[in-house]
Write a protein that binds this ligand. Sequence first.
Ligand code: SF4
Length: 101
Amino acid sequence: MTDSKNDVRQSSDWFTKIDQERCIACGLCALHAPAVFDYDDNGVAFGKRDANHGTVPIPPEQLAAFKTAYRDCPVQAILRSRRPFPPEKPAKPRPDHYTES
Ligand code: SF4
């Protein structure tokens, strides 16, 4: 029997996600760590294990590949944390136009 606490202990205790606003779609991370990162049709990378939410720990056997990708990202778009990333807040709606009163 396992519980979530044990599952995390058996992991590398690192979580990752991509800052997709910063990613320049160079493809290096998916090349170095194909089990951790993939990229969409525009070449923008994402964490493939959890749809880029950063909530699933990196498996220990992928940690070396992850570190290489993290080190080599030319724009520091790969984020990492010892804890799961919090959910992203939805963007505030922006008005399409302003009217003068
Ligand atoms: S290495 Fe960095 S810039 Fe290149 S695809 Fe990955 S996250 Fe994007």
